[in-house]
Design a protein around this ligand. Structure first.
Ligand code: F3S
Length: 401
């Protein structure tokens, strides 16, 4: 029997590797053991929850769909609460979005396969706002980069940047290899980012994050000089850093829970002023007139939907305007009358999906307006879009009469 090269395994894990719990679990645990051996993990740790990426048909296509259907058919069942990353469409309102029928059929098959495995078929990159909130220091295995940055940094939970397969394996086995950000030593800051720029909107936090991600890559920045920032602004900051770099962990002095644990003396210091922010806006703005404005990257919170509804009151949207969110948040926003207000103005609240993983390039859009540094980073490559990157206020002006 081929077991772990270096890692300690429990008796139960050894039995799983020997195939005593079936072929699927054997394969999945073997994948985790290989990963652990590569990164010199000492053991597996139980995870409190999992978030699986690779959900949109646009990303995984037929081979991914068939792989998931095969797993479901073989009786694979998750052992812990498992959420999904955004899918390629609103699972209820895909027709209103203009999604092609053939795409919708495949996306539905993917969601059905996940559902059969016991996964929560709500697809969101902000599971922490929608019913899956980890605890401080809890080990988890999440795979959407903005959710990883948020859970490590703002919540203080512990996850590596899992790929779709390793997250699914963690969900089915209930464990993940103990290495990387699961260890205290890898959560220490590497750079001191001194922010001198004035930050007003979430877009400013996205521009800052985009710029810092390019500098620090996959290292851990420690911010000083940030104004008091709500969770919406921190999710925008982390998402952009995770996209332009591969930041999975950051600290903000006096605002994130592990910042006080670390000394900053001796760290390489980078100062960010107004000039750097303006240069980032100039770089990310590649389009002039947006055909569609899409907000909610990462998925909008109830506060962001409330603010948008307030801004749209009494206005008429003359182009497409979507705000992307989780199903749970949309349901709550509907109950509060916010969805009605936004729809009355001509906008849409879109659940389960986003501008990057839905096939907007096949729906005739060429220039997309966003307030997200992450979306501005990905839209040109993933969706062949020119980008208008501005604050929500400016984008609302752009699309309303
Ligand atoms: Fe979420 Fe899509 Fe942005 S997955 S973080 S809304 S690119």
């Amino acid at each position: 029997m081929e077991g772990a090269d270096k890692m300690y395994l429990t008796k139960e894990e050894e039995k799983t590797l020997a195939g005593e719990h079936g072929e699927v679990l054997e394969r999945m645990l073997r994948l985790l053991v290989r990963l652990g051996d590569i990164y010199e993990a000492d053991k597996m740790v139980p995870v409190g929850s999992v978030q699986v990426a690779g959900v949109s048909y646009k990303s995984i296509e037929d081979p991914g769909m068939e792989f998931l259907e095969d797993l479901a058919k073989k009786g694979a069942r998750v052992k812990v609460v498992t959420f999904l990353n955004p899918a390629g469409m609103d699972m209820d309102d895909w027709k209103a979005m203009g999604i092609p029928k053939a795409f919708a059929e495949k996306q539905t098959r993917i969601m059905d396969a996940f559902g059969k495995m016991g996964i929560v078929t709500s697809a969101t990159c902000t599971p922490y706002l929608a019913g899956n909130l980890p605890r401080y220091r809890e080990h988890i295995a999440w795979s959407e980069s903005s959710a990883i940055a948020f859970s490590n940094s703002v919540i203080g939970a512990r996850t590596n940047r899992e790929g779709g397969p390793s997250a699914l394996a963690a969900a089915l086995c209930g464990v993940t290899p103990h290495y990387g950000l699961h260890l205290d030593v890898n959560r220490k800051p590497d750079f001191l980012i001194d922010v001198k720029a004035e930050l007003k909107s979430s877009a400013d936090y996205g521009a800052l994050g985009y710029h810092v991600g390019k500098i620090v890559r996959n290292k851990n920045p420690y911010f000083v000089g940030l104004p008091e920032s709500d969770t919406d602004k921190l999710k925008a900051l982390g998402a952009a850093m995770a996209a332009s770099g591969a930041v999975a962990m950051y600290h903000v002095k006096d605002q994130t829970p592990e910042a006080h644990l670390w000394e900053t003396a001796g760290l390489e210091k980078v100062e960010i002023g107004q000039k750097e922010l303006e240069e980032t806006y100039a770089k990310l703005n590649t389009g002039k007139v947006a055909d569609i404005v899409i907000l909610g990257c990462p998925h909008a919170s109830l506060r962001e939907i409330t603010e948008l509804a307030e801004k749209l009151k009494g206005r008429k949207v003359k182009k497409q305007l979507w705000i992307c969110t989780s199903r749970m948040t949309k349901d709550c926003a509907a109950r509060m009358g916010l969805v009605h207000t936004i729809e009355k103005a001509g906008g849409k609240v879109v659940a389960d999906t986003c501008m990057v993983v839905s096939p907007i390039e096949d729906m005739g859009y060429q220039t997309t307006g966003v307030n997200s540094g992450k979306a501005a980073n990905y839209l040109p490559g993933f969706c062949k879009q020119s980008v208008m990157f501005k604050s929500v206020d400016d984008l609302v002006k752009e699309v309303t009469e």
